[in-house]
Design a protein around this ligand. Structure first.
Ligand SMILES: [Zn+2]
Ligand SMILES: [Zn+2]
Length: 243
């Protein structure tokens, strides 16, 4: 098995809360410089910058997983990672159906930029990407699974927009594949906070909104190759995960 260093939670300039210099080109440059082997592009409720990021990664020795950070109707964030861009786009279609358009004043509070390989803006997303979808957490996770993806509960140690903050606990009937712990929570603190949830794998990701955040914390996966299937095996306990 080989060690692959992963950061599975990176926003692009499509997320209104991310810096506009988080373009796919710059993200790949920075991720390669930081020695990352695997990244996931996970914009809020949208997959529109994934295709270009996957293309930018070609021949750079880095694997990009298509992903989205989806907001459930209870305002809990979930990282959904897919094996293909098509699956992510399919999920975006379902989410967009239940997501409102941005109001005029919201358009001023952070751009939602779809860009190309040269950092040129090709579209401004009109959906309210920071809004909540119309899917309950249970439906959301089931839908991602039915499309072939996996679900990681985002920043479960955080007091807002996490499954734990919105429910007070992690619902037993929601089949998360992993829990994500924020970069600034150490192992000891996590052990205390999440002692009830040791049956689900824990990972750490950067939740990068700025170029400097990329790879500030990582998770190592010991895999045969950096494929989606191998990562799923790691989440099922058949491969080693370390942080
Ligand atoms: Zn989040
Ligand atoms: Zn995030």
């Amino acid at each position: 098995m080989k060690r692959f260093i992963a950061d599975l939670h990176i926003h692009t300039c499509l997320s209104p809360c991310a810096e506009i210099d988080m373009t796919p080109r710059r993200i790949i440059d920075r991720a390669v410089k930081k020695g990352l082997d695997i990244i996931a592009i996970s914009d809020h409720n949208s997959a529109d910058n994934i295709g270009v990021t996957v293309k930018m990664a070609e021949g750079r020795g880095i694997k990009v997983f298509p992903s989205m950070e989806i907001t459930s109707m209870e305002e809990a964030h979930v990282i959904a990672i897919f094996s293909s861009i098509e699956e992510a786009v399919e999920m975006q279609k379902l989410i967009f159906k239940g997501l409102p358009d941005r109001k005029a004043e919201e358009r001023l509070s952070g751009y939602q930029l779809v860009v190309n390989e040269k950092d040129e803006i090709i579209n401004f997303c009109r959906k309210h990407l920071l809004g909540a979808s119309d899917m309950s957490i249970k439906t959301l996770v089931q839908t991602v699974h039915s499309l072939g993806g996996i679900c990681i509960a985002s920043h479960v140690d955080r007091g807002s927009f996490s499954v734990t903050s919105q429910f007070g606990f992690i619902p037993e009937d929601v089949a998360f594949d992993a829990l994500e712990i924020s970069y600034n929570t150490d192992k000891e603190k996590a052990e205390v906070m999440l002692s009830e949830y040791k049956s689900i794998p824990w990972i750490k990701s950067s939740d990068a909104h700025h170029l400097n955040d990329i790879g500030r914390i990582t998770t190592s996966f010991y895999l045969e190759k950096p494929s989606f299937e191998e990562m799923v095996m790691a989440f099922r306990g058949q491969r080693k995960i370390e942080w």
